[in-house]
Design a protein around this ligand. Structure first.
Ligand code: NI
Length: 185
């Protein structure tokens, strides 16, 4: 998800920036594979994901968005004036979702400049491995719940526009494609 409306903090760069895939890139529709072991290669990939996410700027990124079909999500919801708060979710799995829903205006670095209200469960419980490979479980609400669900959707090849009604989705994507064509012209 892009960082909006708050600007992200500056971040010391020591890693590699990767290009972010944008629709209609077919890889974005691929289902990502579980990570069998959290090793040095996975941690290097995580560093690249944060680097790429901060630069975008964004608050959440799934590995598939930089073309790597692995079940890895990076999130940082810290405000500009706050220190970075890196959160890494490896093989995340939603094990519980509340019946009550909340609505949030979502965007996606893979569909730049498109924002639409999306309704999702307000609270979720997620099981995952952290960057040390340790099993963890958290209960999330608010923006973290929304962001986690958005990024976990990416691991299934789903984008936030898939959560809109067909009519809303078609209208939004038509508007987005038109705006992109005009920007290219
Ligand atoms: Ni996204």
């Amino acid at each position: 998800m892009p960082f909006d409306p708050f600007a992200p903090k500056d971040y010391v760069r020591a890693m590699a920036l990767r290009p972010i895939l944008v629709l209609p890139e077919p890889l974005l529709r691929k289902v990502s594979d579980p990570v069998p072991e959290v090793d040095a290669a996975v941690r290097a990939l995580v560093d690249d994901m944060f680097e790429t996410m901060y630069e975008a700027p964004g608050i959440g990124l799934a590995a598939i968005q930089i073309g790597v079909p692995k079940r890895i999500v990076t999130i940082d919801l810290a405000r500009k004036e706050e220190p970075p708060a890196r959160q890494v979710f490896i093989n995340p799995e939603i094990v519980w979702a509340s019946e009550d829903l909340s609505s949030y205006e979502e965007g996606c670095l893979s569909i730049p400049s498109l924002y639409e209200e999306v309704e999702r469960p307000a609270r979720i419980r997620v099981r995952y491995r952290d960057v040390d490979g340790k099993p963890q479980e958290i209960e999330a609400d608010g923006l973290l719940a929304t962001c986690l669900q958005h990024e976990i959707d990416h691991l299934e090849g789903k984008l936030f526009v898939d959560r809109l009604s067909r009519l809303k989705r078609e209208r939004a994507l038509k508007r987005w494609q038109k705006a992109r064509r005009e920007n290219d012209a």
